[in-house]
Design a protein around this ligand. Sequence first.
Ligand code: F0G
Length: 482
Amino acid sequence: METIQFYSGKKIPLETHRVRVVQKLYLPKVEERLKALKEAGNNLYLLKNTDIFLDMLTDSGVNAMSDNQLSAMINADDAYAGSRTFFELKDKLTELFGMEHFLPTHQGRACENILAQSLIKEGDVCPMNYHFTTTKAHIVKNGGRVVEVVKKSSVITDSTDPFKGDFDLDELENVINEVGAEHIPFVRVEAGTNLIGGQPISLGNIEEIHRICKAHGISLVLDASLLQDNLYFMKIREERCKNMSIREITKEVASYFDIIYFSARKLGFARGGGICVRTKELWDSMKEAITLYEGFLTYGGMSTKEMGAIAVGLEETMDFDIISQGPLFIEYMVNELDKRGIPVVKPAGGLGCHLDAMKFVPNIPGDQYPAAALCSALYLAGGIRTMERGTLSEDRNPDGSEHIASMELVRCALPRRVFTLSQVKYAIDRITWLWDNRDMIEGLTFTEEPKTLRFFVGRLAPVSDWQEKLVDKFKKDFPNCL
Ligand code: F0G
């Protein structure tokens, strides 16, 4: 599309879709928010959706569907085995990624389970730009180890680097030489690197990673869950992609990989997932795990309706207008907060706007979970649910000590095609109030702590009565407000 210009000269993120189905939202009173937060053990995953005004927890499984997706769901061919809809999805993936073989799964982490079980042996090492929580958990569970080779500068939140998801190529070579290629079952590339702020990797970097892996005979795996936003950034930030269509960029990206897996809760605006593989041998080696853990080979735990929606959603992902909406809204939010001096991850990435909790609440030590505390505070301030991406999202070291994360982020996810600009402005308003009252925010401590992926179901409590005090201040500052 042509970039739309405005008479005012200001850049306004403009939707190229219209909303035809809506859902009423409810903003609980601040006292109700405090009660709900306590009941949820300060873990926003444990809140009820009815206690939330703006759900910015994630972009996973909550993206808005299009009319064409809904119609594909009605048209889906229900069958336990051999569904026409499965083959439509498989054909779409083959068309876009150029890989003949597909293994369906119920979601992204199921792909990780199967890949880790099939490919990782005790003592193996998996280099990747940056880990994702579920990916790492599966690799570690199968006796492997994750080594991050993202550039050092990528974890500096305030930066102008357009591709912070890029590998440090020298570091990758060093790891391969140190560990030995025979102990590296695959190198994993995460497009739209989630935990460092949805930051993209460049096509040029992927080409180089491929060159290195090929020279050492190591397989290359793409986690394409966040590929959609990454494609957008390649097109607008990378010179060699400027004149390529999204479809052409996708094809070239895919050509460098042996395996591509994805969560269709993100890629394809739907739910489900799957693993695309280049060779029949790889497909054969994993197909039994699909029937054991997921479902038959033509649905893998997904409903045929979901598969129909993914096939259409993948085609929509090839439309630059459609995939621009998320990054443009995120860029707006990042820039507005930045103008107010509020620390955010820069440049704007995909997935959501990320607040830098280390700078927002520098008084809170790592083992009192600064980002988690800020998430709680933001829920109190505005009924907004966000996600902690920091030390709380790490499991403890084997000796029981805290694994202090290199970044403490609060992710304000913008599920695709869901929020209006006014809702984004409301979130900016409440974050600004918190920024002005940041000295009141203190830490959290665990009251119940699971061993694996503790952030999902663990329970915490504030280290003092800071939340009651914050609510009192809110009532003073917003006397007429809910
Ligand atoms: N890989 C990446 C890069 C992800 O972001 C996710 C999920 C997964 C794999 C796992 O996929 O949830 O379908 O099992 N990310 C979600 C999030 C949970 O909120 O960022 P899944």
